[in-house]
Design a protein around this ligand. Sequence first.
Ligand code: SF4
Ligand code: URA
Length: 289
Amino acid sequence: MTNPRTSKLSGALNQLTDHLHWLREEGVATVAADSSLVRAVSRRAAVASGPAASGPGTSHPAAGPAAVKIAAGRPPPAASPVETPSATKPASPAEQEAAMALAAIAQRVAVCRLCPLGRTRSRTVPGQGHSRPEIMFVGEGPGEDEDRQGLAFVGRAGQLLSRQILRMGLTRAEVFIGNIVKCRPPGNRAPLPDEMAACLPYLREQIAILQPKVIVCLGGTAVKGLLGVATGITRLRGQWHSYAGVDVMPTYHPSYLLRGGGEDKARWWEVWDDLVAVLKKIGRAPPPK
Ligand code: SF4
Ligand code: URA
């Protein structure tokens, strides 16, 4: 009985719901939305999941922006990699505003077909984390795990990245983690130049909202996508670059370290040196070696 349009809509609806749950976990209580859109989504939700389901509710009947309360009830997505700081501070108005703007981008990404990757992805991966972080990490694009979960850096490379972030004295909830392309390239190939160019405006908008002090660019492909520089990562890493007025530190991609194995100690230490330079740049004391 399900037609392709309905299943596409319910897919997008699931993504939106997961995103809202994630925002709620991050301490965001309300998001701005056009109330006519909210009514449409609620109707679709009722159609897609039967009369018992409730979509994001709103008490604003008029068209125009509305604050939609993020409803409690459904458990958050399984195995969420987003670590919530133990002493959760309430989000400041600037952080809430940024979170809403990020959610709006995620909604556009969820239905994007600007490049061929939009046809082969399972879920879009807009990126996640703090809405006004000091540090933003940018990888190349989602892999298989990310494509399945709709979250950036949740596979093996993501686990290494988590350890690196913790080693810096931070948590994933305090930084933002995203990618150059928001949809998985088939078979884990590197994204093509046209795909990166098509997707870059989203990243540019995210950077403008996040206003990070530093962007850490993970691997040669991410550097090429962001800075348009084709020089090898071995030459670029450890040197400060700049993008849209933000300091950029290129370093090796965690997958590259994993491929080299634990034996390639020199590369691991080079990444650590780069991350220490990042900490110094934002005025944080690096932890002892
Ligand atoms: Fe759109 Fe980016 Fe996905 Fe391409 S990779 S379809 S540009 S969101
Ligand atoms: N590699 C990336 O570049 N990005 C991810 O999100 C995961 C693996």
